[in-house]
Design a protein around this ligand. Structure first.
Ligand code: PGA
Length: 234
């Protein structure tokens, strides 16, 4: 494509992403802007309910969501990369070295939960509900970073997207638990209102997300390897 060979001369992309996508979207945007030097970008980060409101009101060019909305919305949503959710604990937690932890075991532990309106919260509550379980919620926090710090403080366990741990070093106090049925495999979707006429820049960005997918998968594998404290199967 001409746009890929030469880089777009000019253009503007307004992207709105769900809270947890802030762990990879700015980096992807940076790589996109290096390829297309004439493009300016704006990034809005907000939770699921508000992303969907903005989408309905057609406020941005493109949206990134953590799942395909079940609500009957007039939109096109295309998956482009995995968004696995893992159970995370302090690395000194006794479960950090165990294998095949039954999900029922989790209901004996305190849980830290995202705020109402969060996509991850809904998904976690649904998953527990389907197993006939109810998490013992010790606190609700409106940010993934605050949840990570609460885990450092040994206040409980939580379910987080693996992307939120991308900058955690091997020496981090966080550990991925080997819980049966986890990770919950979800996808990132890029979306826009149905019938919307996409700009050349928006079209180029959708293609670019497809290209970035392999790099994002590699990054997830590396994060998983760094934060796994149980012995992986031989
Ligand atoms: P959240 O959504 O940041 O609103 O929880 C992310 C997701 O649904 O994966």
């Amino acid at each position: 494509k001409v746009a890929d060979l030469k880089g777009l001369k000019r253009g503007y992309l307004k992207l709105c992403v769900i809270t947890t996508a802030k762990y990879f979207a700015p980096e992807v945007l940076g790589r996109f802007c290096r390829r297309h030097q004439g493009v300016d970008v704006a990034l809005k980060v907000t939770n699921r309910d508000s992303v969907l409101e903005r989408l309905i009101a057609n406020k941005d060019d493109l949206y990134i969501l953590g799942q395909n909305p079940e609500r009957d919305l007039e939109m096109i949503a295309m998956p482009f990369a995995p968004n696995p959710l893992h159970v995370i604990a302090h690395r000194d937690h006794p479960l950090a070295h165990e294998r095949n932890i039954p999900v029922e075991r989790l209901s004996e532990e305190y849980f830290i939960m995202r705020e109402p309106g969060s996509g991850i919260r809904d998904y976690v509550l649904k998953t527990f509900g389907e197993a006939g379980l109810k998490p013992r919620v010790r606190m609700e926090l409106g940010s993934n970073e605050a949840i990570k710090h609460a885990i450092y403080g040994q206040l409980g366990l939580s379910v987080l997207s693996l992307h939120t741990l991308a900058l955690e070093a091997e020496s981090s106090a966080l550990a991925i638990l080997d819980v049966k049925g986890f990770p919950l495999e979800r996808q990132w979707y890029v979306a826009h209102a149905k019938g919307k006429e996409l700009s050349v820049v928006a079209g180029a960005f959708i293609d670019f997300l497809g290209e970035e997918s392999a790099r994002l998968c590699r990054q997830l594998d590396e994060t998983r390897a760094r934060l796994t404290r149980f012995q992986p199967p031989a």
